[in-house]
Ligand binder design. Structure first.
Ligand SMILES: Cc1cc2nc3c(=O)[nH]c(=O)nc-3n(C[C@H](O)[C@H](O)[C@H](O)COP(=O)(O)O)c2cc1C
Length: 207
């Protein structure tokens, strides 16, 4: 597939804790290679990436195919006429969540998300904060009512993670699932408690 014909996926990184999620997501998308990635990093997203991972904005931006300036509200992805498969904001701060939930498109990150909602495209918000106040909860409800998927990066202990990368990759795998992007190697899948309950597949059953 040439870069011209690949579907486009917009990836936003805002200033919530968990910059590593955005980084590992972009790295996975590059490995998988099915999508052209369009990246927007907010000013605070660059700050958290530096604080948490010791990396620069430039380091982040080399992971994407196309990089947009968060102040460029006239970029291609600011228009619904620029066709994309959707957008994920990972991690998504409560401030960016509030802007998305209330249609306050004051920068390219929130404008691109606004476009996803108006065009009824997939928008996944990896919203990270704890504990949550009523504004956070209400904004999650508003975003969900408009069609966004609010997906807090919650660890799955049933997957027996051994490292932080295991925990992060589980979230990355679930994000990719939401866009139907194949990722066999990234996260182990839950296949049920077959041992305890004796689930079996009969011969001739569809794979
Ligand atoms: C190290 C660090 C960690 C932060 N973690 C969070 C967080 O987990 N969730 C959150 O909503 N805001 C967090 N913040 C605050 C946001 O960065 C801040 O509200 C900022 O205005 C968000 O802007 P943005 O949404 O444009 O990126 C954090 C800030 C710093 C510096």
């Amino acid at each position: 597939m040439s870069a011209d014909t690949k579907p486009r996926l917009v990836v936003g990184i805002s200033g919530a804790s968990g910059a590593v999620i955005g980084v590992r997501l972009l790295a996975a998308l590059r490995r998988i290679g099915t999508h052209e990635t369009h990246l927007i990093v907010s000013a605070s997203g660059a700050v958290t990436a530096a604080q948490e991972l010791g990396i620069t904005r430039n380091d982040l931006e080399t992971l994407a195919d196309v990089v947009h300036n968060v102040r460029d509200v006239g970029a291609s992805i600011a228009s619904g006429s620029f066709v994309t498969s959707g957008m994920v904001i990972a991690p998504c701060s409560m401030k960016t969540l509030a802007a998305v939930a209330n249609g306050f498109a004051d920068n390219l990150l929130t404008r691109a998300a606004d476009v996803m909602l108006k065009e009824r495209r997939r928008l996944v918000l990896v919203a990270r904060e704890t504990p949550l106040n009523l504004a956070h909860l209400r904004n999650m409800t508003l975003a969900t009512e408009m069609g966004a998927i609010v997906m807090p990066p919650v660890p799955a202990f049933y997957a027996h993670p051994k490292t932080i990368e295991d925990v992060v990759d589980h979230t990355v795998g679930r994000i990719l699932d939401l866009f139907s992007i194949e990722h066999r190697e990234i996260a182990r899948r839950w296949n049920g408690l077959a041992e305890e309950f004796g689930t079996r597949r009969n011969e001739g059953a569809d794979e």
